[in-house]
Design a protein around this ligand. Structure first.
Ligand code: NAD
Length: 305
């Protein structure tokens, strides 16, 4: 199987995530079928899609003809069998409840043609549980989007326990063809990769709020205006590089106290992750130019220069 064999995609669940996931595929040329439990829900799904596309047009992302074509590529049904029969790739975005997801994957496995890849958008569950009762273990993947999924470019992709490299690669190619940025996750854990990182911050923020360290407003503002401000440019690894933390004396960085052996060895090297030390100054200047552009755009737009 190759990417060109994916002609039509299905999205099961037309809620907060499903409608946006459908927009991505349809926007980039894939006829897309959405199924949900009732015609009433699907009417809401269609209305949400229409509204989101209008915002794309108003925002200058696409023109009205492209919005119309996208809308025309999307159909809805309450009949899962209809979706399954026509879909080469199905994304599940239903309620986050294991028995419901297991039952759905079992039905999809029975109803879809043998080549169809089945993807879950689960936030907390794992594929070995969701797909425990299906035959096509080789075609089970995670495609975990971030809300709003029709706008946020990155998402994480992981293999089910028996999934092949081919399934994984086609999934990544499919998402790239819809202008998404697939982040390749190698293992399986609840929350996989990015939600674990995201939730670590959310957990600490709410705990500190509960302890009375700061108001919710100040915590929010603090995150957005400090490391959140930097985040479009750098994550923790590039930050370690550009802040020059790797240059600090060993007794200040204290790498020997790190329990994980792999990480301890990495930190003992006292080297940046990505930046070539010979180009350090240049990389810092490039960062600063980017930050100044963003400072001007986000915070200084109304000041008299
Ligand atoms: N909301 C988020 O920010 C977010 C982000 C990433 C992942 N997710 C995950 O995406 C999935 C969907 O989340 P959501 O926020 O879109 O939920 P939602 O409640 O907005 O939408 C779920 C939809 O699925 C439908 N549904 C429920 N059971 C069904 C079934 N058996 N068959 C067909 N349709 C069914 C519901 O009618 C509803 O329209 C969950 O697994 C969630 O954990 C959510």
């Amino acid at each position: 199987m190759q990417l060109s064999d994916i002609k039509t995609v299905g999205v099961v669940g037309g809620g907060t995530m499903g409608f946006g996931i459908a927009i991505n595929f349809a926007l980039w040329g894939y006829p897309t079928i959405i199924s949900d439990l009732s015609a009433d829900v699907l009417a809401g799904t269609k209305a949400n899609i229409n509204h989101a596309l209008q915002l794309f047009v108003e925002g200058g992302l696409i023109g009205q003809p492209r919005a119309d074509e996208t809308l025309a590529r999307i159909t809805t049904t309450t009949d899962l069998a209809q979706l399954a029969a026509r879909s080469d790739f199905v994304t599940e975005a239903i309620i986050e409840r294991l028995p419901d997801k297991q039952a759905l994957f079992k039905r999809l496995d029975e109803l879809c043609p043998p080549h169809t890849i089945l993807a879950s958008n689960t936030s907390r569950l794992v594929l070995s549980d969701i797909g425990a009762h299906i035959g096509r273990q080789d075609k089970l993947v995670l495609t975990h989007y971030f809300a709003p999924p029709h706008i946020v470019p990155g998402l994480e992709v992981a293999k089910g326990p028996g999934a092949t490299d081919e399934t994984f690669e086609i999934t990544c190619e499919l998402l790239s063809s819809a202008r998404k940025i697939p982040i390749r996750v190698r293992g399986e854990k609840s929350g996989y990769l990015l939600n674990r990182i995201q939730h670590a911050m959310a957990r600490e923020a709410s705990q500190l709020w509960a302890e009375g360290m700061a108001s919710a407003e100040d915590i929010e503002l603090g995150i957005v205006s400090t490391f959140g401000f930097r985040m479009p440019h750098e994550g923790p690894f590039l930050h370690y590089d550009l802040a020059g933390i790797w240059k600090w004396p060993e007794d200040v960085r204290n790498p020997r106290a790190i329990e994980n052996e792999k990480l301890r060895e990495q930190m003992l090297k006292a080297q940046p992750w990505f930046v070539d030390p010979a180009n350090f100054e240049e990389a810092v200047e490039k960062r600063d130019r980017e930050y100044i552009r963003r400072l001007k755009e986000l915070y200084w737009e109304d000041t008299d220069r």
